[in-house]
Design a protein around this ligand. Structure first.
Ligand SMILES: C[S@@+](CC[C@H](N)C(=O)[O-])C[C@H]1O[C@@H](n2cnc3c(N)ncnc32)[C@H](O)[C@@H]1O
Length: 853
């Protein structure tokens, strides 16, 4: 604008002076530097005769508006000849209706302000450097054009009409003499030429956008243009810059199972390029049949729909039915097959889905219920109510004298090796397993890779990383028994589930805690453990929440792991499915009917109370008259005698078993008289029969005598201790029932992983109170001693303090409850059973009386 003002004043000045042609008369020309101002530029332009003429005309023009028009025409012509022209200028010139433009000074100044100063590239000679290309767009061609409606049309179309012939906007302005016409023609050109989108709506061009702008908007636009980088300015008249799509639009449609390009102008799908092979065939064919007669091109036949193929027969289709279907069967199977004629003579062999190698027949004969595999994982929904926070402990911790106490026990540090072979894999015959010793590096003969007797290690590995499935159990709220534990996964029979951990304390400490610390507690989590010690799981693992059931699915068993006693919950003989509540038999033995708790396990054979199992009735012993028919038993008896002799030798002569054992153990003497039970202890010792003893003796002969001897010694000592403890109960005035090794027994029976039972001795004590049920449980793995029978318990309880209740029970593995023939048991089974029944009945009767509603 200032330039325009300068120009007009300059023109006036030129007009005023008569020597207007004299360049030297221009004050700006005094400077030796090239002129850079508009005025100087105007002066330089004025050096050309035509321009001068124009300027003279301008000067003479009566109206300023007319003068501006003229100037703009000149500018337009100059722009057409320049390579780099500020775009805004041309737009302003083209769009501004000159007729209607008021001849205001502002308007004129603005027009002048956008005047170019110099065409630097021309002056510097770089304009001849050739065309630039940007993304295939010929920039050079268009660089001369200004942005107007014309420049924003399709290149191709423009090219077709001849770019040279296309008039620039400036020219048109000059020719038409008015922007109105230019606008019209631009609009017409837009409608006529632009067909970029199928929508038909002409894209909004820069020109139309700008024309819609007000004064201020245009100013802003011009400003932003001036700020634009030079590179961008060079590209600004390209289609790409204006976002104009010049390539034809193609649509892709899903047709006949694949995407096909569709040309909007030719709606038929564009034929995809022929496949490589087809092309190759076509080429080779063409070469071969070069001279041959060209066949008529076949009309493209409609594509055939592929027909899906289905298997008509099973995986084992084609197998011939065996001529003799009973071939390979055992005699028993054959017999059974004979009894099912429909299986024997199948009417027609099933050829559609025959059983794999006809094994189905066997399945049919033997029969098997459908079972899901154990590893089917179906985690339970989260958000189970959890018990109030309590301190957990994943490892046992000896407290006080307990550690020293344990170290005194004979099995501490016992590291005799098993005699298994790798192919045996420490299975059920493994000495360690039989004695409930876990194998480790020190006592295993086969090594970790083959050993199967490492339950606690497996458990540790499984639960190390955490996670619901790996841990496999969760505490949940039962409907009527407080909290309980249920499985979060499936467990195989006899698989280890979780460890019962807590603080291992002595009896004295237990008593102190009950009197001082837990006296107001509703539930105590105390389990009789080993060597008169107790696991207090008040701080411990969640195994403490496992409830009692008269038909339990688990067992609580104590093992010696790396020389330490550890208690764990194992699955029973049946698999455990996800969501099953885990239970074991507390086997409470109530010392007082008042203390009996009602059992809510809900099993069909529920005993009604958290009381002890009824004593199992042993099968009658074969009488001596039946001696002829002794068979195996006779030989077993003989071997027992031989074993006993051997044992005595190993133990060191003719010394009394119990005496020797008790001396060796050096355990804390149980309270009360111990004398009365040697007979029973001996009887227990005689249970070390059959296979295990054989194994022990075998081991002895093989050089592993130490381990076997230890095992047998332990059984003897435990039996003696049991006797002692049983007796001690009678005299114990307190509430702690018999504990410790009372329940420890070794039953050398081949019954799988839990064949032997160093079963737990459980003591769960509930504080007594006016309204609270309290209970103390002692679970043991062996048949009760006389003192532990319900009847005797009830009897003895009468002498006890009424404020405490003591229950004794056992979580004995099934095998552990196998009959132990004692010298005392001479009653007939019926009589024995009657006695058990009557004693139970008494307990139940009394306890019903005591149950709160
Ligand atoms: C070691 S706790 C078991 C966890 C307990 N349910 C809890 O919420 O903390 C033993 C106590 O649970 C209850 N209990 C366990 N099994 C039971 C059963 N079958 N019937 C009734 N009560 C049972 C008894 O109150 C028992 O004294």
């Amino acid at each position: 604008m200032a330039g325009l003002a300068a120009l007009t004043s300059e023109a006036s000045f030129s007009a005023a002076t008569t020597d207007a042609t004299d360049a030297s008369s221009n004050p700006a020309s005094f400077s030796s530097t090239p002129p850079t101002t508009v005025s100087s530029d105007s002066m330089s332009l004025a050096s050309e005769p035509d321009t001068l003429k124009h300027e003279t005309t301008i000067t003479a023009a009566p109206r300023l508006g007319a003068a501006i028009t003229m100037l703009e025409n000149v500018e337009s012509e100059q722009q057409a000849s320049r390579q780099q022209t500020p775009v805004g200028l041309a737009i302003v010139v083209a769009e501004e209706p000159l007729d209607s433009a008021p001849p205001s000074a502002t308007r004129a100044r603005r027009a002048r302000a956008s005047l170019p100063v110099y065409n630097l590239s021309k002056l510097s000679g770089t304009d001849a450097h050739g065309k630039r290309r940007a993304k295939g767009d010929s920039v050079g061609e268009k660089r001369r054009r200004t942005i107007s409606g014309d420049t924003l049309v399709n290149d191709d179309q423009e090219g077709a009409s001849g770019s040279a012939d296309v008039p620039t906007s400036a020219n048109r302005v000059a020719k038409d003499g008015g922007s109105k016409k230019v606008k019209e023609s631009s609009a017409a050109a837009l409608v006529a030429r632009r067909a970029t989108r199928l929508s038909g709506a002409p894209p909004e061009t820069l020109t139309t956008k700008l024309s819609a702008l007000g004064k201020r908007g245009k100013k802003t636009f011009e400003k932003s243009l001036s700020r634009m980088s030079r590179e961008l300015r060079r590209l600004q008249d390209t289609n790409e810059f204006a976002h104009i799509e010049t390539r034809p639009v193609r649509y892709t449609v899903w047709s006949n199972g694949k995407y096909v390009d569709v040309d909007p102008e030719h709606p038929e799908p564009v034929a995809s390029p022929p496949r490589k092979k087809a092309r190759f065939d076509a080429v080779s064919g063409a070469q071969d049949n070069d001279n041959a007669e060209k066949p008529e091109p076949e009309a493209p036949s409609a594509k055939k729909r592929r027909v899906k193929k289905y298997l008509e027969k099973g995986l084992y289709a084609g197998q011939e039915a065996p001529t003799d279907i009973a071939k390979g069967m055992t005699a028993k199977e054959k017999k059974k097959l004979a009894s099912i004629p429909e299986l024997l003579t199948p009417s027609e062999p099933n050829k559609t889905l025959p059983f794999p190698t006809y094994n189905g027949l066997r399945l049919l004969l033997n029969g098997r219920d459908f079972k899901l595999p154990y590893d089917v994982c179906n985690p339970l929904p989260p958000g189970q109510p959890k018990p109030a926070a309590y301190r957990t402990m994943t490892k046992n911790r000896f407290v006080g004298d307990a550690a020293a106490y344990w170290k005194k026990t004979p099995h501490f540090g016992d590291s005799s090796k098993c005699v298994c072979k790798p192919e045996d894999g420490c299975a059920e015959d493994c000495q360690n397993r039989i004695m409930l010793y876990e194998c480790d590096e020190t006592n295993c003969n086969v090594g970790k890779a083959h050993c199967q007797n490492r339950a606690f290690q497996t458990l540790q590995e499984r639960t190390k990383r955490g996670g619901r499935y790996r841990v496999g159990v969760e505490v949940y709220k039962t409907a009527d028994r407080g909290y309980g534990v249920r499985s979060n996964r499936c467990f195989e029979p006899n698989q280890i589930i979780m460890e019962y951990t807590g603080e291992i304390i002595t009896e004295e400490e237990c008593e102190r805690r009950m009197n001082e610390v837990y006296k107001d507690n509703e539930c105590y989590y105390l389990m009789s453990f080993d060597q008169n010690m107790i696991i207090d799981a008040t701080t411990g693992s969640i195994a403490r929440f496992v409830n009692h059931s008269c038909s339990p699915n688990c067992r609580m068993i104590k093992w010696i792991v790396s020389g330490q006693p550890r208690m764990a919950l194992f699955a029973g003989d049946r698999p455990i499915m996800t969501g099953d509540e885990l239970t074991y038999d507390y086997n409470f033995d109530p010392f007082s009917a008042k203390n009996v708790q009602k059992c809510l396990c809900g099993s069909p054979n529920c005993r009604g109370v958290l009381g002890p199992k009824p004593k199992e009735v042993k099968p009658p012993k074969p009488s001596k008259e039946d001696g002829k028919g002794k068979g195996k038993k006779g030989s077993v008896k003989g071997s027992v005698k031989a074993g006993k002799r051997k044992l005595k030798e190993l133990l060191g002569g003719d010394r009394d078993d119990n005496e020797g054992a008790s001396k060796k153990r050096k355990i804390k003497p149980a309270m009360g008289a111990v004398k009365a039970k040697p007979a029973k202890a001996k009887a227990k010792t005689t249970t070390t029969t059959g296979k295990a003893r054989g194994a022990a003796l075998k081991a002895a002969t093989k050089g592993a005598a130490k381990g076997a001897a230890t095992a047998i010694k332990r059984s003897v000592s435990s039996a003696s201790v049991k006797a002692k403890t049983a007796l001690s109960k009678k005299t114990a005035a307190g509430y702690v029932a018999s504990r410790g090794l009372k329940q420890t027994k070794i039953s050398f029976k081949k019954t799988g992983t839990a064949s032997s039972s160093r079963s737990s001795s459980l003591t769960i004590v509930a504080a007594s109170g006016p309204s609270k049920q309290t209970a103390k449980t002692n679970a043991s793995g062996t048949p009760k001693s006389k003192a532990a029978t319900p009847a005797s318990s009830a009897k003895s309880a009468r002498t006890r303090t009424p404020s405490r209740k003591v229950l004794e029970g056992s979580s004995t593995p099934k095998s552990a409850t196998s009959p132990v023939v004692t010298g005392k048991r001479k009653k007939s089974p019926a009589a024995a059973s009657a006695k058990v029944k009557s004693s139970r009945a008494r307990v139940v009767q009394q306890s019903v009386y005591d149950f709160p509603n």
